[in-house]
Structure formats: C-alpha cells, structure tokens
Design a binder for this molecule. Sequence first.
Ligand code: DQA
Length: 146
Amino acid sequence: MTHTILVLNGPNLNMLGTREPATYGYETLADVADLCERTGASHDLQIEFRQTNHEGELIDWIHQSRGRCAGIVINPAAWTHTSVAIRDALSAAELPVIEVHLSNVHKREEFRHHSFVSAVAVGVICGMGTNGYRLALEHFAHLLKA
Ligand code: DQA
C-alpha cells in the first residue's frame, strides 16, 4: 500500500535560493520538491508538496490531511515561532508530524529558539539544510514499515 506524506512549507520559503543564501543555501524550493519526490519514489511514498504565504491556507491543508495522509513533514518557517493555530491544527489532524528547519534555529536569534510546533511533533530536524527533508521522509518510511 502506498502511503501519502504531506510536505508543507510556510512563508518566504518560495524565495529559497535567492533569500539569505548564507543561511538557507542556494537550492530552490523546486529543488526541495524534487528531492522529496525522489526520496518518496524510492520508499514507495506518495508526496504532496506545498508552500504558502497564507497561514489560513496552511491550516486548511492540515485539516484536509486528516484521515487521508499517513504523516506530515512541515517547515512552518516564521510561523514556527508565532502560531498556536498551526500547532492546534496539527493536533487536530491526529497524524505523525516531523518538523524540519533548513538552518540550525538554536544557533540563531533568541526568538527562533522556541517552537509552538515541536510539542506536537514526533521529532525535529534542524541545521541540515535540504537534507533534513530527505531524513524526515526516510524516517516516515521506517515508521510505516514497522
Ligand atoms: C526556517 C527557520 C525560521 O526561523 C525562519 O523564520 C524561516 C526558515 C528554516 O528552515 O531554517 O523562514 O524555518
């Protein structure tokens, strides 16, 4: 059976590749989508890859995943540090969640050290660049096999 994993990206991640490359690297969001597709294909996972700059849209996608997807990989970007609404939506979806950040948020400004999402996540990957998405999907493949 092929499981579907929803890969969600929050605000400003559409600018990857040109946005602060010293922090986020030169790979684009299309490169990340391609990496997720390739990783999914090699583990029999169907990938739905999305990005939005609108919080309500992200929340709608999380709601729609309930009962339909096997898990969520999410880089909530700046909403990580601000959004109780996204945390509550993830709780309501009742799916395993892996939180991913390209940069090591703990090495950065104090306001990035707190995440509203981590408390409802299976685990958190940060500081490993785009490889973090691959690692998250491999972990889902491992969990779903078990
Ligand atoms: C980020 C880290 C956040 O603090 C920041 O607001 C982002 C990207 C990351 O992937 O490193 O937009 O989530």
